[in-house]
Write a protein of this length. Structure first.
Length: 290
């Protein structure tokens, strides 16, 4: 009887052990993500709307802002040069609203990223398998420091430039100063702060540079601020990735803030009547790292 009890106990123990093995949780591989970062490069080539190298226009002057942050409203991967806008793989669309009347970017709910910061992280499973050659990015907002001259004194000020196609803005903080808007503002609206003093303005329609090397085969709507860049070696997604895929969007800010010169000294002098004519980015190079 004693031996029978021992055998029964062993049987129960084995039963529990087998049950434990059957229900053991097997670790799973972490999900691979698409990670998109921003980079602002003052040394990157300066391009025009056609994606061609461009110098500062005669009679104008320009400087490279020290951007603190940017926001995008749309990111799309395109497989070839004839892929029309919207027919590629759209990996990001920002918030929109009709609170100001017509459809506009909802500035109060946009996502920001600084130089070297991550703007977007999404599962790679959410991105279609394919070979992509181009990326399109619709910029919405830029904010950073610029230099100006006023009454013989050099100042550093903070510039906010709304480069999106249409922007609904309630208010925004600019270096501690609150700018009230509560309206839609078209592409080219800007505000500037220095020493607690603020001023607002509007760049001329169509003046914001938006480089698109695919101008002939895949044009973009006027005022959309969709900057186009080419992957040097393409971007291939197979659907079998186990590691994150990182794409750095390197934007050229090479002399991207441009104004008309009244005093030919290369310094921005708003008190002299010098007018802002361009705040657009000057090129895009997407860089892939696995």
């Amino acid at each position: 009887m004693k031996y029978l009890n021992i055998i029964a106990a062993i049987a129960v123990l084995v039963s529990f052990t087998n049950c434990s093995d059957d229900n053991k949780i097997v670790p799973t591989e972490p999900e691979a993500n698409l990670i998109i970062k921003f980079q602002f490069d003052p040394a990157q080539e300066r391009l025009n709307n056609l994606g061609e190298p461009a110098a500062v226009a005669a009679g104008n002057a320009a400087q490279s802002p020290d951007f603190a942050r940017m926001s995008a409203n749309y990111i799309e991967f395109a497989p070839n040069a004839t892929t029309l806008l919207g027919e590629g793989e759209i990996v990001f669309e920002g918030p929109k609203t009709t609170a100001g009347g017509s459809n506009a970017i909802d500035f109060q709910n946009v996502t920001f990223a600084g130089d070297g910061d991550t703007f977007l992280t999404i599962p790679l499973n959410d991105v279609a398998v394919g070979n992509y050659k181009w990326v399109r990015v619709s910029l919405a907002y830029q904010e950073g420091a610029i230099q100006l001259l006023s009454n013989g004194v050099d100042y550093t000020g903070t510039l906010a430039s709304f480069v999106g196609y249409n922007n609904y803005i309630t208010s925004f903080d600019l270096n501690g100063s609150t700018i009230e808007v509560n309206d839609n503002k078209s592409q080219g609206f800007w505000a500037f702060e220095t020493q607690g003093f603020t001023v607002q303005g509007q760049a001329p329609e169509g003046a914001t540079t938006v480089p698109n090397p695919l101008f002939n085969s895949s044009p973009i709507p006027q005022g959309s601020c969709v900057v186009t860049g080419e992957f040097e070696n393409g971007l291939t997604l197979t659907g079998n990735e186990t590691n994150d895929v990182r794409v750095t969007l390197s934007f050229s800010i090479n002399n991207s803030f441009e104004w008309t010169e009244v005093n030919a000294d290369g310094k921005y002098e708003p008190n002299a009547g010098e007018q802002v004519v361009d705040m657009g980015l000057r090129g895009l190079i997407p860089i892939v790292a696995n």
